[in-house]
Design a protein around this ligand. Sequence first.
Ligand SMILES: O=C(O)CCC(=O)C(=O)O
Ligand SMILES: [Fe+2]
Length: 279
Amino acid sequence: MQTDLQPYLKNVLSQARQIAIKINVERSISDLNAEELNLLKSNLMHHGIICITNQDITPVELKNFVERWGEVLKLPAGLAFNNQEPGLPEIARVGNVKPDGSLVQNSTLAEYWHHDGDFWQYGENHIINFLHGVQIPKQGGKTGFLDTRKAYNDLPHSEREKLADSYTIVHSSDIDDFKDVIESERPKDARHPVCLPNPFTKELALYLPESHTGIEKDGGVIGTSVDYIERIQAEQGIFEHAWTPGDILIWDNLQVMHRSMGGYFNEPRLLFRCQAKLK
Ligand SMILES: O=C(O)CCC(=O)C(=O)O
Ligand SMILES: [Fe+2]
């Protein structure tokens, strides 16, 4: 366990990429200095997911931390599971616990593979997620990830050529989780390249949102996101984050995709979510 955070973070940064790394900062994230924060950002860009453990913070402290990473997103309620922290629309309550403590029965929210940002326009969708684990069920309730940067790198040359210049169109009205969004707040269709360059690392990763129109190229359909997602699962398996209260899981939506793995059978599950567009 590290005592001095900066050398520790530099060392983690020098290690080969793993999809997710765990960091115990041994103090509150509210107290990190600018250099430590920069090293955390570099680690996130290098590894894709970081988990900072043992954080006992309030939703406001989470938001203040996320503000140091970029522009904090404020979504309409219908795009944030209709379960935002009262008075704090930047914080979504992920899981099944309403602000009054009552439970949403048989919740299946977010139980499909996606990138947060699928319904944002291309160029606006470099979104970093921050989830803080608060109430964790005894069974189920994990968050699953697929490494879409590795998936691109693992493609044979012929497949990369096939996918070059292909795109998907996301119709937010198709996404079940957003069925309650009011029409005036519904995002317009978004068009995303399937081989999507990360503005920070400059590396390509696969971008595989749900789209009923499939993967298109030169006026025709050449496949679906689901084809590739199944293939990535078969080749890589799923990385599952098993939550411990106090975890802050941070991920780059342009390097990984995620879903709730479900299976918590009406036990309380509460994670606070805040999101930022990286700067
Ligand atoms: O519930 C989960 O594990 C994931 C939720 C999710 O997709 C999100 O917070 O963006
Ligand atoms: Fe999500």
